[in-house]
Design a protein around this ligand. Structure first.
Ligand SMILES: Cc1cc2nc3c(=O)[nH]c(=O)nc-3n(C[C@H](O)[C@H](O)[C@H](O)COP(=O)(O)O)c2cc1C
Length: 340
């Protein structure tokens, strides 16, 4: 059977060998608290490249020390991070995958010893610190940090940059009216709440001309929060700003109960794809090849992002191929054990 999951995907001069993307997943493994790539990161990401994933997106990588979720996060706030990241992209690419990085700032969701910042001085809940409301100068410095991070990502050899605007982290805190109570040009109207992301994208583009993704939380799951319709509008704005693909997740902006079930976020990716006429990635409880193929064949999303299933099974592309009754090229070293 001719599958879509294993058909190549082209964007801006980059060809992915299949539609399988390893979704960003924090490993909290920089024990020295320096943000530098460790042997663990190399083993972990290289295994998934050997496992034939098309595109591997590194975990949330902090653009400033203050933007880390934890002290053990990966970082890209200094030139000293570039050597380790280069080692990673080389290994990923030598094993046939493309390499992406998620550039991130945690904002009020940083669990750090020092001061934390956000659009407004509102804590996520009683387990988090109250952040300091950012000054306009701090906003400009953070935009600059994303720009420098993009420049470093380019010199480290990444093929794709994904901006983390989801899960209630800093950019998401600007987008949502639940977390952004500012009265200046960065708060109030949808255009104002979008301004920080727009400035980040404009700054990144001065250093990066490759494929650019944005991860969003397409529902706040709150009566006064953002809905997928808001993200259809913003998706069109992002497309106009040169974003190639929107990676559609949801929630985690404010504490909320979310009903989860297989593929629960796919309908959000589908709505944004057709409503904003932009490529999307589907993510969330997609665990089988049949589910992935259904999403692609029905034109509900363009790429399939897999997170936890790839922790359980680094060779998930082979598992999915088997399920779909097709076979994929093994790494040549594994050819004697690959076919079924
Ligand atoms: C261990 C772990 C770490 C994660 N870290 C990140 C992250 O760094 N950035 C992000 O956008 N999402 C992160 N996520 C969310 C995943 O990318 C994904 O959206 C979510 O797990 C749902 O997909 P799944 O059902 O395939 O696991 C993380 C998830 C897990 C399980």
């Amino acid at each position: 059977m001719e599958t879509k999951l294993f058909s190549p995907y082209e964007m801006k001069g980059l060809t992915l060998k299949n539609r399988i993307v390893m979704a960003p997943m924090c490993m909290y493994s920089c024990e020295k608290e320096d943000g530098i790539v460790t042997d663990w990161h190399v083993a972990h990401y290289t295994s998934r490249a050997v496992g034939q994933v098309g595109l591997i997106i590194l975990e949330a990588t902090a653009v400033t020390p203050q933007g880390r979720i934890s002290h053990q996060d990966l970082g890209i706030w200094s030139d000293e991070h570039v050597a380790g990241l280069t080692r990673l992209t080389e290994q990923i690419k030598q094993n046939g995958a493309a390499a992406g990085i998620q550039l991130a700032h945690a904002g009020r969701k940083a669990a750090l010893r020092d001061e934390i910042i956000a659009p407004s001085a509102l804590a996520f809940d009683e387990n988090y610190k109250e952040p300091k409301a950012m000054t306009v100068e701090e906003i400009k410095e953070t935009v600059e940090a994303f720009k420098l991070a993009a420049e470093r990502a380019k010199s480290a050899g990444f093929d794709v940059i994904e901006i983390h605007a989801a899960h209630g982290y800093l950019i998401n805190q600007f987008l949502s009216p639940l977390t952004n109570k500012r009265e200046d040009e960065y708060g109030g109207s949808p255009e104002n709440r979008f301004r920080f992301l727009q400035e980040v994208l404009d700054a990144v583009k001065t250093k990066w001309d490759g494929p650019l993704f944005v991860r969003v939380s397409a529902s706040d799951y709150h009566d006064d929060g953002l809905t997928v319709e808001d993200y259809v509008t913003m998706g069109a704005w992002m497309k106009d700003l040169g974003v190639h693909l929107i990676d559609v997740s949801s929630g985690a902006v404010v504490p909320a109960r979310i009903k989860v079930y297989p593929g629960y976020q796919v309908k959000l990716a589908e709505k944004i794809k057709h409503g904003a006429d932009v490529a999307t990635g589907a993510v969330g409880l997609i665990t089988t090849g049949i589910q992935a193929e259904e999403i692609l064949q029905n034109d509900r999303a363009d790429l399939i992002f897999i997170a936890r299933e790839l922790l359980r099974d680094p060779y998930w592309p082979r598992t999915a191929a088997k399920e779909l009754g097709t076979s994929i090229e093994p790494p040549k070293q594994y050819s004697r054990g690959w076919l079924f």
